[in-house]
Design a binder for this molecule. Sequence first.
Ligand SMILES: Cc1ncc(C[n+]2csc(CCOP(=O)(O)OP(=O)(O)O)c2C)c(N)n1
Length: 619
Amino acid sequence: MTDADHDMPTVSRPGGTYAGGGSDGTDAYLLLRAFCEELARCGMTDACTSPGSRSTPIVLSLARTQGLRAWSHLDERVAGFFALGLAKQTGRPVAVTCTSGTAAAELAPAVIEAAQARVPLIVLTADRPPELRDVGAGQTIDQLKLYGGAAKWFVEVGTHAATPERVRWMRTLACRAVWTALDGRPGPVHLNFPLREPLVLETPLPDEDPCPGRAGGRPWVARPGTGLAGAAASGAAHEAGMALAAAIPSRPRAVVVAGRDERDPALGEAIAAFAATAGYPLLADPLSGARRGPAAIAHYDLLLRDEQLGGELRPELVLRIGDLPTSKWLRTWLASLTDVEQVTLDGEGAWQDPASVVSARLAANPRAALAALTPEHRDAGERAWLERWRAADRAAADAIAAVIGRAGGEADEDATDGALNEPLVAAMLVDALPRQATLFTAASMPIRDLEAFAAAQDDAPRILSNRGANGIDGTVAAALGVAAAKTTNPPAPVVLHIGDVALAYDLTALLSARRLGLNLTIVLVNNDGGGIFHFLPVAREGADFEQHVATPHGLDFAQAAALFGARHVLANDRATLRAELKRAVDGVGVTIVEVRTEREPNVALHRRAWDAVAAALRD
Ligand SMILES: Cc1ncc(C[n+]2csc(CCOP(=O)(O)OP(=O)(O)O)c2C)c(N)n1
């Protein structure tokens, strides 16, 4: 490059001369190259792109960064949720970029979900430079702080000459973005990049860097000794344990309530081990990973529908770890325990108390805190109390099994034709999938059926869901992001459990599966509309309910599968579903395993299960 290439001042440094002002785009590319390189040096492995013109320098820079896999999507909403799924599965921040205008707004749902669910995302939006804003230039909207409070940090990056100082700043900026997304409560950060034309280079980018990265591939700004391993290994663990011991009086009749924590796969087992040692009944949401071990009470959602039992099983202490579980009945029961000591333990001290009943709040790494508890607290529970809960849970499990047909094995299947129903599908998924699999479950009936009907399993699959904001949007894309995460070799199977409305909503995500060659088994529960709404009073509103709330659509998902090159199987019986789940373990490509159900009979079946549990408890 020569000075004649530019009409802007140049900056010299030993070994090279760099243009200022970027009239040929070189400066933007030099700055972005350093930025993306630092993302990778901070440990980022994946980025998502979508097409557009203004974002070209960002897209090409991400795609050409060593150590970053750039996943291409046609649609920004899909790109955003795919990034979310990838980040959930790996625990690492994922970058997602898009062009200017409404493209940036399409990322909003994923950014909001990431904020609610504590998922680190680095959102890189391309924008027009300041002189082209609010003057009628095309595809230009106000992108400053576009995601409002959902973004942990917003930066208007500006346009700069690629001087050594500014490239150094870019390196710092990338590190700061990654560490900010991870620090404290993880979440999304938003960087808005104004970019001037030309957006592609006429001449190759010089190899020489105005400010090369640090030796040995280190990030410009390191972040040593943080994260779970750091906290668990350090004195912080002891402190957390002392604080927890001080907060929880040693009481024989306590329950542990574990909510969603999709970040630390080891936490669930630690909670289950603590509850078992303490002798405390464990009421664990499937998304906690703690629904395992001898203290787990799998069917708390059905048990606590029974007010009398809920009263009899009133504890002296509740230890609440992580988010609140999904179950409305568990939430109602907790809200009724107004004069019971209720202590929350959350890594970031998130406020989880819609009923204002919490009496103490501890912000500490839960795994470290539990590990450091003193023996007196670790073995405080009254065994007879735990046994009462367990006996009720066993009675509920038997009653449920008889109604939904789970009880047993091939022999039973002959008697019931092996027919499937919605609760049974949920229970079978947890029974059949191996520990190394991930089950991504949709935020409507699938997660509720899983919570109510699935057994507690020591070797259960990892279970994830978009339950931060409970949206049904982006479910397929997020599951595909999970499937793209190379956390094991060979890659672990991923199964998506989803309803028909949520699948129809995010059908275009299947295009990403095809283009990116991903494997996903989709267990589609098709009741031609939103079955969940039949459980609500609005279901009494006749034709208006059917048209505007249930929203039947009559879609033929076999044709949808054909459009996107996916396999489609109709599963009318358990044997077929079981065979497909086996196939999922070494599956190739996308399969939609469709289970057809009906909305009203599904409500009736749920009611029979609730009644059967109530009758069993009375007995
Ligand atoms: C983005 C978004 N829009 C609307 C809703 C409200 N909503 C909750 S469940 C649901 C219907 C889901 O139907 P389906 O996916 O078929 O599952 P089912 O209830 O039948 O299990 C809707 C529209 C939502 N949660 N998120």
